[in-house]
Ligand binder design. Sequence first.
Ligand code: ATP
Length: 240
Amino acid sequence: MSGSTMLEIGDLHVSYGQVDAVRGVTLKLEHGQIISVIGPNGAGKTTLLAAAMGLLPSKGILKFEGEDLHGLDVEARVERGLCLVPEKRELFGELSVLDNLQLGAYSKRLASAALKRQLQQVYERFPRLAERRSQRADTLSGGERQMLAVGRALMSAPRLLMLDEPSLGLAPLIVRDILAIVRKLRDDGVSILLVEQNARAALESSDHGYVLETGEIALSGPSEQLESDPRVQATYLGGG
Ligand code: ATP
């Protein structure tokens, strides 16, 4: 399926009452790709992901493998293979790592054998989570919490993983680890929509990039090309 369109967003609009947060965004994600959406605070990145997931109503084209997502609620979108890792990670701090992971499988209503298999895969991908399976989530480090948030999302066996600022609040070395995991997921067949304020890390890890400014796509192109674009360098990469 690699190379064909998985997610198609066209002239998408999302508003909060009078505030137009996403204004005519068009983008495309091919199967097997990582695309990044970079842009400043308040550009509409989170809003775009929320609309794709069905957490906010939107107008325009929003299709997953050719199917219009507008008629599908969040649960149905999860069933299709979409999954969102929210910016605040939204873990249950007082619950164990294992409990948090099991909650991720809820919407798929996995049979227990399938759940075990899924859990095993997550532990293989994140040995640190396996070591800490009985530990409370709120005792984990920032990087481990992000791993848990991604691991929990993987419990629903997503085909399109949407990540909202996975680097937020993490030290550069940890960011590198997390993004290496994201690239590995892509190599294993999970397509990725990565939203980041950390433009450098996002462009280094993605195939194609979009720059979102005040709700509109200001620039887009292959990530390497964006990295060397003087406008991107001046505004988002600290002058290169
Ligand atoms: P950040 O990196 O800070 O999360 P962002 O690019 O994800 O920024 P959004 O959070 O999508 O941006 O916000 C886009 C715009 O929509 C901003 O102007 C914001 O103030 C506005 N906005 C976001 N959430 C709401 C809300 N619940 N009600 C009203 N306006 C909102």
